[in-house]
Design a protein around this ligand. Structure first.
Ligand SMILES: O=c1[nH]c(=O)c2[nH]c(=O)[nH]c2[nH]1
Length: 313
């Protein structure tokens, strides 16, 4: 064969969009999770690309089956981050030639329906598009006894709006600027955030130690706290800009969650434009003071503000 012009410089493969729902029945009280799982593997798999040799290929169908089997057998199935960690540890320990596993779990929202003020034992409602996200990477390149993991959790598609406590003033102006300063505007965004969780340094990473790791970290508790902090700062902050509110939010999370070493936010600025009603003799707060009551919600373009805030070492 003639010399090829290129070489394989990266290779990773897996199964995406593995959808699975698990019910755990605790007598009459049921728990349910619905996940969308992505499995990606790296390792000694070059020849499957370069020599058409499938011997090293753990079929993506096998990965899908593994997710389903683990949904049944894993004691961590109700915690999406621990479940992801369990799967990642499985793939790198089960297969000698697989050195890295990347598991993403997106968790769909099923909240208990309240009946007479009480959460129902087995009935749930999809109360919003919000999803929890977990992204776990396990690296076994230093050996199967020296596993390293990176664990990120977060949420996305959480839609929020505030109708007071948001200004945007004193921004840079030049010949391209038309935007007026405003003391009072609507602020709406679709929250996406992702934070890095430091695993306990004194517990070695293994499937057997997952219960201890889970107990030590409390992923569910952290997820609730991050969500609550994010909503509270959004509500309470006297916002000078999306940027400033985002930064304040991240600082609040870092101070309330010691296990988080870094947090990233993405806030699209979903603009609501005050409608000019002057043709109808109606005033609608178009000036600096704001106070508009009728807005046009614009789909596009939207601002997009992102930031990562990392804990001082
Ligand atoms: O909070 C904001 N940040 C910006 O960077 C920006 N740019 C803009 O046009 N409006 C806003 N609002």
């Amino acid at each position: 064969m003639s010399e090829q012009p290129g070489f394989l410089s990266a290779a990773r493969y897996g199964k995406d969009l593995v959808k699975v729902c698990r019910v755990v029945r605790e007598d009459e009280k049921h728990h349910v999770v619905e996940y969308v799982v992505k499995v990606m593997l790296e390792g000694d798999i070059e020849t499957s690309y370069t020599k058409a040799d499938n011997a090293s290929v753990v079929a993506t169908d096998t990965m899908k089956n593994t997710v389903n089997v683990f949904a049944k057998t894993s004691r961590h199935v109700l915690d999406p981050t621990l479940f992801a960690l369990h799967l990642a540890l499985h793939f790198v320990t089960k297969y000698a030639h697989i050195h890295k596993a990347f598991i993403d779990v997106t968790s769909l929202r099923w909240s208990r329906i309240e009946v007479n003020g009480q959460p129902h034992k087995w009935s749930f409602v999809r109360d919003g598009d919000e999803k929890q996200t977990s992204e776990v990477a396990v690296d076994a390149t230093a050996g199967k006894d020296h596993l390293k993991a990176s664990v990120k959790a977060g949420l996305k598609d959480l839609l929020v709006l505030k109708t007071g406590g948001s200004a945007f003033e004193k921004f840079h102006r030049d010949e391209f600027t038309t935007l007026a300063e405003v003391k009072d505007r609507l602020f709406s965004t679709m929250v996406a955030l992702s934070y890095t969780v430091d695993l306990p340094p004194n517990v070695s990473l293994s499937i057997d130690n997952l219960p201890e790791i889970g107990k030590d970290i409390g992923f569910t508790k952290i997820a609730q706290l991050v969500r609550q902090n994010t909503l509270e700062v959004f509500a309470e902050d006297e916002s000078a800009s999306v940027q400033a509110t985002m930064y304040n939010t991240a600082q609040k999370v870092l101070s309330s969650c010691p296990a988080i070493s870094e947090i990233s936010y993405s806030y699209p600025n979903k603009h609501y434009i005050p409608v000019n009603l002057s043709a109808f003799g109606l005033e609608n707060g178009l000036g600096y003071e704001g106070g508009a009551e009728v807005f046009h919600p614009t789909a596009d373009p939207s601002g997009l503000i992102t930031a990562t805030v990392s804990r001082h070492r």
